[in-house]
Design a protein around this ligand. Sequence first.
Ligand SMILES: C[S@@+](CC[C@H](N)C(=O)[O-])C[C@H]1O[C@@H](n2cnc3c(N)ncnc32)[C@H](O)[C@@H]1O
Length: 260
Amino acid sequence: MSRSGATVKTAGRVVAPLPYARWMVQTPPSRAPQSTQGAVGAAYDAVAQAYDFKFRDELDGKPLDRRLLETLLDFVGAGTVVDLGCGPGHVTGFLAAQHALVIGIDLSPGMISVAHERSPELAFAVESMLSLPTADSSCAGALALYSIIHLTPEQRLVAYGEFARTLRHGGWLLVGFHIDSAEFAMGDVNHVTTWFGQPVDLAGFFLDPAAVVADLQSAGFAVMAKLERQPLPDIEYWSRRCYVLAQRLCPSRGAQRPDG
Ligand SMILES: C[S@@+](CC[C@H](N)C(=O)[O-])C[C@H]1O[C@@H](n2cnc3c(N)ncnc32)[C@H](O)[C@@H]1O
């Protein structure tokens, strides 16, 4: 049961604490198929406006997340920062208010269209983090907040490889993801079929922080910090979250100083 004390049942099964249940219907993890990238993009196309409306001001109520984003920028110093799976671009906008070079990429044309509309002065592009358009070592920083959650384990490894390829040696990466929730254990897949009243086919993975750290290390990152936190009452889906801050290793010299 959620802190608000409210739960919702579908077919006799408690599926989600309110208020999240208002915009989400779930199937049990045991029956959850994995969504194709096309289905993920289509799902976010369908909910882009509603997602933007719900989340556009979310950082106002998330001081810890704001500090993490600012810390990422502090470590990055100068250079391009890419927001991977930027959605409607509200985090991209927060970063761009403090950093000269920020770009957002997302698989969903609908999300990128909303991002362009909301922040026409910023650079956004429809791209996949599985095959980034960026040149090798061209970025100083990258973040992937709640976007790796839609990748299969194999796709996550491809994405981490792309993050490593795109970041310069000594560059910085921040990833954020769900660990578990009242309904889902670490390792479960949440297959959402209705979201914001739209039919969707969207798989979301609850990830093991130790596995994410190990995979990032294998991809060429040194992990600087791993933060696990509880959800914020009333404004967030009731899941534990994890943020990992990592630095792209220099193959010959190991982790670099931010200015190195
Ligand atoms: C839960 S939303 C998070 C959006 C934003 N980062 C935020 O924190 O609100 C996940 C986003 O990741 C995007 N996404 C999923 N798979 C992707 C991929 N392979 N490449 C780029 N974006 C992807 C989705 O289209 C969606 O906009």
